[in-house]
Design a protein around this ligand. Structure first.
Ligand SMILES: NC(=O)c1ccc[n+]([C@@H]2O[C@H](COP(=O)([O-])OP(=O)(O)OC[C@H]3O[C@@H](n4cnc5c(N)ncnc54)[C@H](O)[C@@H]3O)[C@@H](O)[C@H]2O)c1
Ligand SMILES: [Zn+2]
Length: 396
């Protein structure tokens, strides 16, 4: 799949003749997400934040922009982003919100949407989300509902946001009832993934984002997985610009192709949830806290999906062991006992948490299992008792 993906991204670059010249000069890569009238480009490159203003002005000449970010990201990257608009587009204002998951809330949404209205943001304007998945999800949702929909541009600054949350148009906030339960599908008008911005991210956040990168190899691209097994260090350390760019590009292209076929997640898009059904249960058990980051939970969940597939006789045991070995080498957790802190969940608790997952339909668990590396599939046919037996062994 990776060869096809790379060819498509190379040809699919919709940047026009000027775009091509810029791409040659800067090493920028483009992945087109083709969704009819909602199509857009994901541009990937080092130093892109400094060229963001040029990209936005080319897309929407004369637009005025509002920038939204969080306090941590603002300290590192806001000045460069704002500077890039100088002489190209008027910045109406900026919002610097608290960093962290708690910002994906109704109170912050209300403050932000009213703040944007107070600034005079109109339908022809552009709202720019500078940050990780928290800022991207909140700003995307605010843009979806503001004046019944304004354009927004994602400038993702975590590896997770670059390879996953900034692409695909899912936006949401959290409520007391759970994560991401209130939201909308609202595609960005453009995504600018600056690989250099990752240099300020903590190693732990880089590893967690890397779990989502490996996911694309494991679910559908064996060649990419093998490339990662050999070259992961340059990606996780973030200091090999070519390696990071390729990892982001292949990941985004894989997600784009799946989203194009199933924008609203009725079927194939569920493949992207590899490791997420088990992972979400663990995240929920850990209280969605710094104790277990999303990507870390996904790493355990992916290792579990392969172990479970092996225990059902669907995948060879050596394949499950190989996946686990790679994740551990990177420094990611693969077992429930790897979660730091007191206590451990039992099988019944995890089953109950899995049953609350959005991926449950008519009481049946939807699981993503695999036959091999690069050969994942969606199933609703797994017996709950088999899941329980497996989780009993996992929690013993
Ligand atoms: N919409 C989707 O399809 C989708 C997919 C996956 C995850 N998500 C959502 O994404 C969120 C998680 O995203 P995340 O992991 O990016 O978390 P995040 O946005 O909280 O970022 C993690 C931390 O890194 C900091 N940070 C961000 N960029 C930085 C940089 N360049 N340098 C230094 N620090 C930086 C942030 O301030 C934050 O403290 C969750 O809310 C999850 O639900 C959404
Ligand atoms: Zn995820």
């Amino acid at each position: 799949m990776s060869e096809r993906v790379l060819n498509e991204t190379a040809i699919g670059g919709g940047g026009g003749r000027n775009g091509d010249a810029v791409e040659r000069a800067t090493g920028e890569r483009r992945v087109r997400v083709s969704l009819g009238a909602r199509s857009y480009d994901v541009v990937i490159g080092s130093g892109l934040i400094e060229r963001a203003g040029a990209h936005v002005a080319a897309l929407v000449p004369g637009a005025k922009v509002a920038i939204v970010t969080d306090e941590t990201v603002a300290g590192h990257h806001l000045a460069a982003l704002e500077g890039s608009f100088s002489g190209r587009a008027e910045v109406r204002g900026r919002f610097v919100l608290p960093a962290g998951e708690a910002t994906k809330s109704f109170p912050e949404l209300a403050r932000l949407t009213e703040g944007l209205l107070a600034l005079g943001v109109e339908r022809g304007d552009v709202v720019v989300a500078l940050g990780g998945g928290v800022i991207g999800d909140l700003v995307g949702f605010a843009a979806a509902i503001l004046r019944r929909g304004v354009r927004f541009v994602q400038v993702p600054t975590t590896l997770l946001a670059q390879v996953d949350s900034s692409v695909g148009g899912k936006t949401a906030i959290n409520t007391a009832q759970g994560k991401n339960l209130v939201g909308a599908f609202h595609q960005p008008a453009l995504v600018l993934a600056d690989t250099r911005s990752l240099s300020t991210l903590s190693p732990r956040e880089m590893r967690a984002g890397y779990a989502e990168v490996v996911k694309y190899g494991l679910l559908g691209d064996r060649e990419f997985y093998i490339w990662l097994e050999q070259g992961w260090r340059g990606v996780v350390a973030g200091n090999d610009a070519a390696a990071v760019t390729r990892a982001v590009e292949v990941s985004v292209a894989a997600k784009a192709r799946i989203v194009e076929r199933d924008e609203t997640e009725t079927g194939e898009r569920m493949l992207l949830n590899l490791g997420h059904t088990f992972g979400h249960a663990l995240e929920a058990w850990a209280g969605f806290s710094g104790r277990l980051l999303h990507g870390e939970a996904v790493a355990i969940g992916m290792a579990q999906a392969f172990r479970f597939s092996a225990s059902l006789g669907l995948a060879p045991t050596e394949v499950a062991a190989r996946v686990e070995r790679h994740l551990r080498e990177v420094g990611l957790p693969t077992r429930i006992r790897d979660i730091p802190g007191p206590g451990a969940p039992d099988a019944a608790e995890l089953i109950a948490l899995m049953a609350q997952d959005k991926k449950v339909m008519a009481g049946r668990l939807t699981l993503i299992l695999a036959r091999e590396i690069g050969e994942a599939f969606v199933t609703r046919d797994v017996d709950r008792a088999a899941v329980e037996t497996f989780l009993q062994a996992e929690t013993a």
